[in-house]
Every structure is written in C-alpha cells, then in structure tokens.
Design a protein around this ligand. Sequence first.
Ligand SMILES: Cc1cc2nc3c(=O)[nH]c(=O)nc-3n(C[C@H](O)[C@H](O)[C@H](O)COP(=O)(O)OP(=O)(O)OC[C@H]3O[C@@H](n4cnc5c(N)ncnc54)[C@H](O)[C@@H]3O)c2cc1C
Ligand code: SF4
Length: 488
Amino acid sequence: MGKITGFLEYQREVEPYQPVKDRLKNYKEFTEKLPEENLKHQGARCMDCGIPFCHSGCPLGNLIPDFNDKVYKGKWKEAAEILHATNNFPEFTGRLCPAPCEEACVLGINEDPVTIENIEKNIVEEAFKNGWVKPKPPKVRTGKKVAVIGSGPAGLAAAQQLNRAGHHVTVYERDQKVGGLLRYGIPDFKLEKHIIDRRVEVMEAEGIQFQTNSHVGENILVKDLKKEYDAIVLCGGATKRRGLPIEGADAKGIYQAMDFLKQNNQRVSGEVFEEEALLAKGKKVIVIGGGDTGSDCIGTSNRHGAKSVTNFEIMHKPTIERPVDQPWPYWPMRLRTSSSHKEGVERVFSISTKRFKKDKKGNLTGLVTCEVEWINKPGQRPVLQEVPNTEKEWECDMVLLALGFVGSEDTLVDKFGLETDMRTNVKAGEKNYQTNVAKVFAAGDMRRGQSLIVWAISEGRQAAHHVDAFLMGTSYLPLKGDGDLPRV
Ligand SMILES: Cc1cc2nc3c(=O)[nH]c(=O)nc-3n(C[C@H](O)[C@H](O)[C@H](O)COP(=O)(O)OP(=O)(O)OC[C@H]3O[C@@H](n4cnc5c(N)ncnc54)[C@H](O)[C@@H]3O)c2cc1C
Ligand code: SF4
C-alpha cells in the first residue's frame, strides 16, 4: 500500500459528465477523464484495511487494493496485469458495473468509498492506449474443440479462457455482430461499440473463431454441433421479455424496450433493419419499469427529442441512504439516479398501470394508473395492493415496456432438451456448470437469470474452468479470486 494517510488527505472524485444539453446531441460516451495526478490520489485513498471486503463484493474477486496501489505509484502496466488476472474485460465493467465492490469498501463505512470502478476503467484504457493488451494465443493446442453459443460477456469470457487453455473455440452468434446485450441492449452513450470491436480483434488474433448470423437450433443444427464438438457452452442470455397483458395492450405505440433499444443501437452503428422505425421525437413517452433497461430508454428517448419522458416504478421509492436492515458490506437497495435520469424525466414510484387508452384507429392516447402499496405479512411474500381512489389518467403517445425478463428463450432449451428451474433458467450446478445433457454446459444470464455484466464474465470464467477439467481431467484455468495462479 502506497500512501498510509491517503484516505485522510483526499476526497472521492469521480469523472465529471459533459453538460446535459451537449451530451443529448449525440450517442457518444460523455464522461471526461480525470488528470493522472487526481487518479493517483484516488488510488491512494485505498486504506490497506487488512481484510479487503471489496474482493468479496466483486463477483470476479478482483484484486482491488493491489491495483489501487499500482495506480497510486503510477505503475499502470503492472496495474493492468493485476486487473486482467481476474477480469477478461475491465473496459466493460469499468464503464457499466454498478460496483458492488464500492458498497463493500471498508472506507465506505463512514466516508465515501474508493472510486474502484473508475480506476478500473482508467487502467484498461491506459493499457489499450499503450499497446499492452496483446493477443495471448496458447503455446500448445489440445486438439479439443469447444462451441460457445452466444457472444455476450459470458460467452466471450468462456471463449477467451478456453482458448487460453489450448482448445479450439468457435463462438456462434445469431445476431449480425458480436457482443450480446453489450452491443444491442446497452446504448452507445454508456458503451461505444468500438470498445467491443477492439477486444474482439484481440480474441480473433488469439485464434477464436466467431460465426455470426448463426442461430443455433434454427440455421445451425444441434445434432451437428454435438457431433463436431467435444464440449458445448451455452451462453444464450435470459431475454424472454415480460409483457403487460392488460386492457388496450394492443394499441399502436406500445413497444417492448428491447425492440426500441436494439433498433437504436443498430441505427447508431449504421446496421440495416427491416422493422418500422421506433422514434420518440416529439412524443410524450412513458417508460414502464425503473431498472437499467428503463433508464436506457429514458436516455435514448431524450436523445430522440421526446416532448416529455415519465418513468413508472411499481416498487416504493427507496431511501438515498443505506437501509438499516441492509448493513455494510451488503449490496443495499437504495435510490439510484443514473446519468439518464439526470437528463430529464419525471420518476413516479408505487404506481401500477391498469389499462391503456386508444383512439378509433387503435393509436395509443394515454393510460390509467393507480397507486399501490406492498403489504408485508410475516412468513409470506409481500403482496401488492391497490390504494383506493387513486386512479389517474396520463396522456401519452408512446409507451416502452421495460418490465424485466422471465428467463431464457425457448429455442436452445427446447432443441437441446435442457432442464430448467422454476424461473426458467437453465439448470446447471455451480459446482460444475453442467446441464442435464452430456457435454453441454451453461453460464451467464442463461444459468442465473437476467443479472449483471460482472456476473456474466465471472460465470463464463468459472464455466471455462469446469469445461477444461471435463476435457482434460484437471484444469489450470483460475477460479474466482485465483487470478492467473495455477491451480491443480
Ligand atoms: C437494456 C439493458 C441494459 C443493461 N445495463 C447493464 C449495465 O449497465 N450494467 C450491467 O452490469 N448489466 C447491465 N445489463 C445486464 C447485462 O447486459 C447482462 O446481464 C449481460 O449482458 C448477460 O450476459 P450474457 O452473456 O449472459 O447474455 P447476453 O448478453 O444476453 O448474450 C446472449 C447472447 O446469446 C445470443 N443467443 C441467444 N440464443 C442464441 C442461439 N440460439 N444461437 C446463437 N446465439 C444465441 C444472443 O443473441 C446474445 O448475443 C443490462 C441489460 C439490459 C437488457
Ligand atoms: S468488476 Fe465491478 S464489482 Fe468488480 S471491481 Fe470492477 S467495478 Fe467493482
């Protein structure tokens, strides 16, 4: 640890954002890099607390105090090596992770935590800038062949790890380009897509094959894959959407958030799409659902030039402070205000939509809501209850449904004959990531349900270890928190 008194001397400082009026003019990322000296001070705030709870807060087990120390000392290359030892893609997590590590930071008990996520982003950007991120092809090939289905963060992490173990890896992706929700869900203003491309180039140079426009179970047959490959890793995500089957749900103007977001990402990257253009320009938009997807719809609608944007959340408004029943170092459910929220939105909590209204031509004209409360009874799940006499009518001509996802899509599940759990996630044990089908493994959202990028990378790495052990009898690929240390 570099500076013993750093946490006493320096305050937390995060990257500033460009002004709202400027950033709404385009889809580019809008954070402004801190000067190197300031970043070193942020690294110096790490306290050498003895038991770094941030390690266990991070689903990858990132070696956080170690890279903080290197940043404080200006040893960026060493910091990048430490970071990459546990995280294949810090350029994604450094931009998009909600940073559970920061909630678990010991300094966070009575001060603002260390800016771990931002330090991570700066380390990896420094590494790319200086050419330190080089392809690492394996020295020896095992002759074994592995197919990875799905190119989101879980599939990419599994592919890179398995390739490093010497196996021949082919990634099958049904979409036009690689990246999963990083590419087609998350907007460019949170992650510009050249960031994915530069990493995929490194992976291709390492020997990984990418086959896009390859829909397994449709234009790629499962029986052919089973014949050709020694192991198959399913990383197909959990993108079965939740609908809102209430009166008027067929009105023209109601869309699934993912249709809206995917199309916008395609538009920004110049991809051709055949569907009708979904544009919020000049419209009164209501986004139903208050999570990450809802937030991305708000940012995108404002960039389209929506007349107004309103966001409904069925849960009650959380407190800004950590709730008392969710103590440090746990992840607390507190009010989170994203950069998109700050760009202009009316947020309404404890609200439920009862019916949509449409004109004679079937166009959406508004909706009717009521206030709701959650009733807690000991030993039972909380029950949602309408508050009497709270019906309210809202005018709108576009509704975006960001209601979450209900599990993996059917194609892979049906065509492979996979067992699923009650939440329709694919059953694959945490001990070996194996499904009920011989030599078929599952990881990422497909196994754990819609989650986070950091979890997807972690699952991809864990699954790779178990696939490697299945193929070779033992594996030297690291498990969570091992870094690149060999494991017998
Ligand atoms: C709008 C939105 C915003 C989000 N924002 C954040 C955020 O800011 N931070 C964060 O940490 N997390 C965020 N998440 C969650 C995060 O994106 C996911 O948890 C993560 O991408 C899951 O990775 P994955 O690899 O398991 O699946 P995915 O990223 O869903 O990738 C699955 C891939 O499998 C492919 N596929 C599926 N079936 C087949 C098939 N039969 N054949 C071939 N390919 C197939 C899909 O096309 C897709 O490319 C967000 C999610 C959404 C929807
Ligand atoms: S990946 Fe996320 S949780 Fe892990 S160190 Fe980075 S910001 Fe923290």
